[in-house]
Ligand binder design. Structure first.
Ligand code: SF4
Length: 383
């Protein structure tokens, strides 16, 4: 375990040197720095800390290591980096080393306990899985061998969006996938983000054994899709050829979907998900799908697509630095409001939408899937 963790940090030595001696070309884009205005939290600052720790001129302490938890994993800096450095895996490796040294912040220990107890981070009573399964079975009683992996965040915070997916599919003349309902409801991303590598490996093994037989795995949230596709492959459980984002799946069936919808005379503002955009490269597809549901404008914030502002929900920032996470959500919300007045915010990431809404009381946020379901023709609207 030690050898693996240490080699992870060493694997990133080149990126750490590049960032340490870079004149902070991406600094302006880093959402943490946009709120905290602190040299130490910029990509350059965090990489410099790693460089000095490696040289032995800085000591590993809980205080030193806390800076590695100041990253949402949004990857926006990569958009503006001439070297295309992705700092996310570097800081994940730094978190793994932090955990190995027993220096992780208290919220990370609490997260470890909650994941061990419930299999997801939302609390014991947060997910009413039986009720969701019953509703889905009433809509799609004869599922195919494909799996729909809803995120635990959607199950806990927006179960209606999970049901809405099945309402859409059941009207498209496509055999619906089977809703995955256990034994663990979380893909394990929080463990990976926390640097709890050994716990993540165990978790990934259990999920993998439960879903690996499915021909295709349609994943509700893009951050979970990237975990199942990329992080699982990193730890030896390769599902990458079978992972499909829900946006990719609906895009594939867009002609059938179009026949089921009657566009409504309404406008929205679109918030790009960090993972759907910067990881999966899907920018036009969610907008084109939204166009099937509305006739009004699709407003765009000033920072959009590959430059889109993070919501602040990622990388466990809401548990390790809640004030900063709220500050980032306020910036993102301000940009969305500036672009659109009061138009509802539509996106594809449950964590981002829930965090934007929680940080900005009164903000109206909708999952793209629910927007589409709201445009089902009257005869098809109610299962
Ligand atoms: S990610 Fe690129 S632009 Fe940002 S500090 Fe590193 S080398 Fe510089």
């Amino acid at each position: 375990m030690l050898a693996h963790t240490m080699s992870s940090l060493r694997d990133h030595a080149h990126e750490t040197r590049l960032c340490t001696f870079c004149p902070k070309l991406c600094r302006f884009s880093c959402p943490i720095d946009r709120v905290e205005h602190d040299e130490a939290v910029t990509p350059t600052g965090k990489q410099t800390a790693l460089y000095l720790l490696d040289k032995g001129t800085l000591e590993w302490t809980a205080d030193t290591a806390s800076v590695f938890y100041k990253c949402t994993g949004c990857r926006i800096q990569q958009t503006f980096c001439d070297h295309r450095v992705d700092v996310t895996p570097v800081f994940r490796a730094a978190r793994e080393e932090t955990v190995r040294r027993g220096l992780e912040p208290a919220p990370i220990r609490d997260l470890r306990d909650r994941m061990a107890r419930d299999g997801h981070p939302h609390g014991s009573d947060a997910i009413q899985m039986g009720a969701v399964v019953n509703r889905v079975l009433s809509i799609a009683p004869s599922p195919s061998d494909d799996i729909y992996f809803a995120s635990c965040t959607a199950l806990a915070k927006r179960p209606e969006a999970v049901v809405d997916f099945f309402r859409l599919v059941s009207t498209m003349g496509v055999r619906a996938p089977r809703l995955y309902a256990g034994p663990l409801l979380c893909c394990g991303m929080p463990l990976s983000d926390a640097g709890l590598e050994s716990e993540f490996r165990v978790h990934a093994a259990r999920i993998h054994s439960a879903i690996a037989a499915a021909p295709r795995i349609i994943v509700g949230d893009p951050d979970c899709a990237s975990t199942l596709r990329d992080r699982y492959r990193d730890v030896g459980y390769d599902l990458s050829a079978r992972i499909v984002t829900v946006v990719g799946y609906l895009w594939e069936h867009r002609d059938a979907l179009k026949r089921c919808l009657k566009p409504r005379d309404t406008s929205i503002v679109f918030h790009d998900s960090c993972h759907l955009g910067r990881v999966f490269g899907l920018y036009d597809e969610p907008r084109d799908l939204a166009r099937l549901a509305i006739e009004g404008d699709i407003h765009e914030p000033f920072h959009k697509r590959a430059a889109a502002t993070c919501s602040g929900a990622g990388g466990l920032l809401p548990v390790t630095s809640p004030d900063t996470a709220r500050g980032i959500a306020n910036i993102a919300h301000h940009e969305l409001r500036e672009a659109s007045g009061s138009a509802p915010i539509v996106g594809t990431c449950t964590s981002a939408l829930a965090h934007l809404a929680a940080s900005n009381p009164g903000a109206e946020t909708h999952d793209l899937v629910s927007l589409l379901a709201s445009a089902l023709t009257a005869s098809r609207r109610t299962p």
